[in-house]
Write a protein of this length. Structure first.
Length: 290
């Protein structure tokens, strides 16, 4: 079996920017990483020339990191059919994020399909399709939009595999779409990974196709299957459990797919609970055990 591609979300900040991101990933024993090109909650972005991309890739070569994944900011909501300004911001900002992803030398940009904010799932899906077509019809960058499987919190769309398929069906350049399969979200959406792992994977393959999975988010869940909550737990400390997450990581069908941890930082041992530390070095080592 080829080397498992595994890493985590890392920061990109300070003077070192991308170089610092790569160093952080290396310290966790990762060989892939995921980052945002700026704060996920706002539109403030440093110019591409300030991201220290070249130095980061030089270091990455020495650290054995050959692939990175970019996550689009949460503020992009293409599914919003209520506020035209929110939809337009989403379209404009997604166009910029695709350019920034290409500049970072990544070909995967993860996107939350959006929330319909009360207009209903079908209206939200139609709006997301409209936005993706506006963005992709005029874009030739070598970047895939990986639609993330969602937990079903609030008015999220993309909760079921069928909803994601509906988006695929409406997008002109569907060859530019992929899926980010999030274990916590899939569990919370109601797919029983614990009781019927093969059945869930088979269902995804039937509806969308296993070849469409471009990234897997490896997260345990604080909530039981079908809770529609979206609260990540550390590996082995949630309702999915270590064995199932390890099964996903070691599944030979996903050998070439980056697996990214987004588990919560944990309180420092003996601390007062305020200072937290990343769990990724320990969790990656734990998941890589044969």
């Amino acid at each position: 079996m080829s080397k498992i591609k595994i890493g985590s979300h890392v920061k990109m900040a300070g003077k070192e920017m991308f170089l610092g991101s790569v160093k952080e990933a290396e310290s966790y024993g990762a060989n892939v990483l995921m980052l945002y090109t700026g704060a996920p909650q706002n539109t403030k972005r440093k110019d591409i020339t300030e991201l220290n991309i070249e130095a980061g890739w030089v270091y990455a070569g020495k650290a054995g990191i050959e692939e990175i994944v970019v996550h689009a900011p949460y503020i992009i909501n293409l599914a919003n059919a209520v506020k035209p300004e929110t939809f337009e911001l989403g379209v404009t900002f997604l166009e910029k994020e695709i350019k920034r992803t290409a500049a970072m030398r990544s070909n995967i940009l993860i996107l939350h399909p959006g929330s319909h904010v009360g207009e209903g799932t079908e209206a939200g899906i139609a709006q997301t399709i409209k936005g993706l077509n506006q963005v992709l019809d005029n874009n030739e960058d070598d970047v895939f939009i990986a639609l993330e499987t969602m937990a079903g919190k609030g008015s999220e769309i993309g909760v079921t595999f069928e909803e994601l398929k509906m988006i695929y069906d409406g997008v002109h350049k569907k060859d530019r779409l992929r899926v980010c399969f999030d274990t916590c979200h899939v569990n919370d959406a109601g797919y029983d990974l614990v009781g019927d792992y093969e059945g869930v994977i088979r269902r995804f393959d039937q509806v969308i196709g296993m070849d469409q999975i471009a990234v897997i988010h490896i997260n345990d869940s604080l909530n039981p299957c079908g809770a529609h909550k979206d609260r990540h737990a550390n590996v082995g400390r949630g309702c999915i459990g270590y064995e199932v997450l390890k099964q996903v990581v070691h599944d030979s069908r996903f050998a070439q797919i980056p697996k990214i941890l987004e588990t919560p930082w944990i309180s420092e041992e003996g601390g007062n609970g305020k200072k937290t530390l990343p769990p990724y070095k320990e969790e990656i080592a734990m998941l890589l055990k044969e």
